[in-house]
Design a protein around this ligand. Structure first.
Ligand code: CA
Length: 219
C-alpha cells in the first residue's frame, strides 16, 4: 500500500512516516501543496494523509481539485482544531475523515486502515499472469503455486506495475517510486531490479517497451 503524506511540520511528518513504515505501509512524504499536486499527478496512491495549512497551496484546495477530477482516493485530514472550525465546509466537500492535532499515532493508523478497507470493500486485489500470482494487499507472490521472496525494491517495482496492467511506466516514474522525492538514484538501478524480477518470475513478467518504459501484460 502506498500512502501520500502531505505535512510541512518536520517533527509531525517524521513521526507519522516512521509509524506508517512500521506497519509496512510505503510512504511518500511531501512538504508543501505544490509538491503534493505533483506527486498526485505522477502516480496512484492508496490513500492520502493531508495537513490543511501548507506552503504554496492550501490542503482544502488540493482536496477540492482531487474530487473535481473524480479521484475517490481515501483522504484523512490532519489539522489544528481552529482550522477544522474554519474549514468545515471544505472538509465536507471531500475528506473521508479527519484527526485534530495533537493525535495519537495508533489512532491515526487505525483510522487510515479503516478507510482503506472501506474503499477496497473487502475484495482482495490479485494480479494473475500465466503461472504468476501477485496478492497485492498481502504482498505475497507465487510462481506455479510456490511462494517467491522478493526484495523490498523488487516488490515496489512489481506493485507499481501490477496496479496498472497494460500501462507503461517510465524509468523516472519507477525511480520516484523507489527513492521518493529525495535520494541518489544509481543510473542502472531499475534495470537491476527488473532483471531480479525476471529471474524469479520468468522473462515474460515485465515487458520492456523500448524508449518508453516498462509494463506488465493485461490479464
Ligand atoms: Ca501545517
Amino acid at each position: 500500500m502506498k500512502i501520500l503524506l502531505v505535512e510541512d511540520d518536520e517533527m509531525i511528518g517524521e513521526s507519522i512516516q516512521i509509524a506508517l513504515e512500521s506497519e509496512n505501509l510505503s510512504v511518500d512524504w511531501v512538504k508543501d501543496g505544490m509538491q503534493a499536486e505533483a506527486a498526485l499527478a505522477t502516480r496512484p496512491y492508496d490513500a492520502m494523509l493531508l495537513d490543511l495549512g501548507l506552503p504554496y497551496r492550501d490542503g482544502v484546495d488540493i482536496l477540492r481539485k482531487l474530487r473535481a477530477e473524480g479521484n475517490a482516493m481515501p483522504v484523512l485530514v490532519l489539522t489544528a482544531r481552529d482550522t477544522v472550525a474554519e474549514k468545515v465546509h471544505g472538509l465536507r466537500s471531500g475528506a473521508d475523515d479527519y484527526l485534530v492535532k495533537p493525535f495519537d499515532l495508533d489512532e491515526l493508523i487505525a483510522r487510515l486502515e479503516a478507510l482503506m478497507r472501506r474503499v477496497r470493500g473487502g475484495f482482495e486485489r490479485v494480479y494473475r499472469n500465466g503461472d504468476v500470482m501477485v496478492h497485492i494487499d498481502t504482498r505475497e507472490v507465487q510462481l506455479a503455486g510456490r511462494q517467491v521472496m522478493l526484495s523490498a525494491r523488487e516488490w515496489e517495482i512489481l506493485e507499481a506495475l501490477v496496479l496498472r496492467p497494460g500501462a507503461i511506466l517510465s524509468r523516472e516514474q519507477l525511480e520516484k517510486r523507489l527513492y521518493g522525492w529525495s535520494g541518489e538514484v544509481e543510473s542502472n538501478a531499475i534495470e537491476v531490479y527488473i532483471h531480479g524480477l525476471r529471474k524469479k518470475l520468468g522473462q515474460q513478467i515485465v515487458i520492456n517497451v523500448r524508449g518508453l518504459g516498462y509494463m506488465v501484460g493485461k490479464t
